[in-house]
Design a protein around this ligand. Sequence first.
Ligand code: SF4
Length: 415
Amino acid sequence: MGNTQKSTKRLATARELQQIVAEFYLEGHEAKRTGKPVGWMPPMNGLIEIFYAMDLMPVFPENWSPVCAAFGLIDKNYQAAESMGFSPDLCGYLRNCVGYINGMMGTEGVPLGGLPEPDMIFMPGAGCVPTMKNFQYIARRFPGAKVFLGDPPPVPIQRYHIDYAVHEIKRIIAFLTEVTGRKMDYDRLGEVVRLSDQACALWDEITGYRRCIPTPISAAEVGLMFVMVTRQGTRTAVDYLARVRDEVKERAEKGAGIIAEEKVRLFWDNIPLWYNLGLFNYFEKYGGVVVAETYSAAWSIRLDVDNPLEALAMKSLMSYPMVSCVSMKRRKEMVLRACRDYHIDGVILHSNKSCLPITLGQMDIKRALHEELGVPSVVIEADHMDPANFSMAQFEARVDAFMEVLLQRKGSGRR
Ligand code: SF4
């Protein structure tokens, strides 16, 4: 197995995803062609629902990075970023995005046609520093785009934070009306929020089936997350996820695991290696399946459908702390809870050179896993966006030894 590898998907519905991805990017180019305003934004902040409700086109440059990794475009983007002085030590999403918009964007032959240029840019005033810097560079690159500067509080949620966030949501709607001339239809917004919540309920149901032994779906299908990032609030997401749920449910009811004989259940902490999702299949030769991971849990926030504005305000406050800007104590609790819920035998801690916010605290998690649950863990040094920071040989050496330990423990009746 090389440094880059696609995963083997077992779900029939997972194979439909390619079409959904292609349609999303096609829709972006169609929007540009027909004059529908395009806005670039970070994911998961309540903006996507507002965009779909106002019939505007949302674009997620951060999400474009895994697509670039899958299409093998990242080397060129990194070179472009480096030639501008961006250090290889910075987050791969930031480097890829900056390199892309200042390099191959707009050139012939970019897969899926690349990203449509923004008419509007939503700069987050919260989240990790690379995200905020990324949008500053985007705004600099497209000086003609109208910029909205968000200012959400990255703090625990009190009533006055929610009131403030509702005010911010109204400020976004007013900005969009001023820039595009389109008014918000609040009945339509209610419908979009309902669809968004339905998608989250389906996502929770699908991930819930991973508690089954054997699991009917593994991390090798993590690409499904694309609809949660780009299509929340649409019928496309709900219909697709309902099909995935039906397939997963049927497998669970039949007791059909994702591999023939599931022996070891694993948890993956931190972002997957987008250029090598095939790693999730590597464990299978030992009967190992990655049944849960930190990242996919972060894409579902249930919404109060009777109060759409407040629901989106809550989402804007809760989304970043779901994974990257969460306290170390809460992150540790999340991993420990997942290990209990999903009957985990061992944990892979991906020490991610590209993402320090999510990597921070892993040694505390490792200790807590051992002391509180007796669950062994192994640290893998890698990078979710840059294959140059990953060694397959080192991965194999560590994982082979780790899996042998886990199999011995299982053989001796220990968890
Ligand atoms: S959370 Fe991590 S991966 Fe995401 S932008 Fe921030 S540093 Fe990069």
